[in-house]
Design a protein around this ligand. Structure first.
Ligand code: TXA
Ligand code: MG
Length: 328
């Protein structure tokens, strides 16, 4: 984990909102209330900040994060809305609904925030404190629930402090989260599909349009969306073959390096990128998906990947590398 931080807790007044916007702007981590649960926010466009956020949560893998924005106009800058998505957004935003949509390829959100996917989860929260922070900051905020990985979602600032003291810069205390249950997640990729039941009721959604369910058992423990629910192909998959723990680069291969060491054949790599020349795992996480995409795009049929230590964020990096390397 990164260095211990002096976690500040502030009551949700104008000064706290300005402080949260400043923390986000400098790549820090700020927890704040939403109408569902407390979120742990960072600048969604800053890959290093997103890497710090995964590190603070202690996530053993990179789950894609929800991009929180101030209004529908900002949401439309990030993703494509089909007719169903437009109707759901018009009916329920701002509010406890998250839409998973095709991501704009040239959008500003960091690859790491969406775990390299071609889709993005977007939400416009209704809580006044969340709205004011989003308006003051002016960019998308990536925010998972503000708990340590494996713990339940926090509904008060005290819960957040108990889980994340020393790991985040600021907690804005706006009292208990009114709903106490995470947002309902609906994917509008083809037929609108319920990915996670949540604070927006099924009955309310049924008034607007019919929903397809995922097959029963598809929703994982803790109500989390599974990483690979088959039909949603929801983890990053390069076209090129990945060769993990490579100790040399073979002819025609591209190279994903890590750390200062030179491996045999590195000079003949079709393209060589380094996750972190200084072997910093937070920097490596920030670069992971964008570098994989760049190497995949260079046309090599195989990418040699140097070993990444299985400590700290290295665990999540290796998890994603193994998934990307799995035969398809
Ligand atoms: O109420 C909420 O939604 C809270 C507040 C803070 O907004 N946030 C929240 O985030 O619950 P989190 O990260 O704890 O849960 C988000 C879920 C994860 O299960 C993740 O896998 C899923 O959304 N998700 C995010 N992007 C996705 C995508 N592109 N495709 C499929 N699932 C996605
Ligand atoms: Mg969560």
């Amino acid at each position: 984990m990164g260095a211990e931080l002096a976690t500040q807790v502030l009551n949700a007044d104008a000064a706290a909102i300005a402080a949260a916007a400043r923390v986000l702007a400098r790549g820090g981590l700020a927890a704040f209330p939403t109408e569902t649960v407390y979120g742990l926010g960072c600048d969604a466009c800053n890959a290093a900040a997103v890497a710090r956020l995964y590190d603070a949560k202690g996530r053993p893998s990179f789950n894609p994060l929800i991009a929180h924005v101030a209004d529908g106009v900002a949401a439309h800058r990030l993703a494509d809305f089909d007719a169903s998505a437009e109707r759901l957004a018009a009916a329920f935003w701002p509010g406890p609904l998250t839409l998973v949509l095709p991501k704009h390829a040239s959008g500003p959100v960091a690859e790491l925030a969406t775990a390299g996917l071609d889709t993005i989860a977007v939400r416009v929260p209704s809580h006044p404190v969340a709205r004011q922070i989003l308006a003051a900051f002016g960019r998308p905020v990536a925010a998972p629930s503000a708990n340590r990985s494996g713990h339940v979602s926090p509904t008060t600032a005290q819960h957040v402090l108990a889980d994340l003291r020393g790991r985040v810069d600021l907690i804005v205390d706006g009292g208990p989260a009114p709903m106490g249950l995470e947002s309902t997640i609906i994917a509008c990729i083809d037929a609108p599909t319920l990915l996670r039941p949540g604070a927006l009721s099924r009955a309310a959604i049924d008034q607007i349009l019919p929903l397809k369910d995922l097959p029963s058992g598809a929703i994982g423990e803790e109500g989390e969306v599974p990483l690979a629910p088959g039909q949603l192909a929801s983890h990053y998959a390069p076209r090129a073959r990945l060769r993990l723990n490579a100790e040399r680069v073979d002819a025609g291969e591209a190279l994903l390096a890590f750390g200062p060491a030179q491996i045999v054949g590195a000079e003949r790599a079709v393209l060589k990128l380094n996750l972190s020349p200084g072997a910093d795992l937070i920097e490596a996480a920030a670069n992971l998906f964008s570098q994989l995409r760049a190497l995949d795009a260079c046309g090599a049929s195989s990418i040699a990947v140097m070993p990444v230590p299985e400590v700290g964020l290295g665990e999540a990096i290796n998890d994603r590398l193994r998934r990307a390397a799995a035969p398809r």
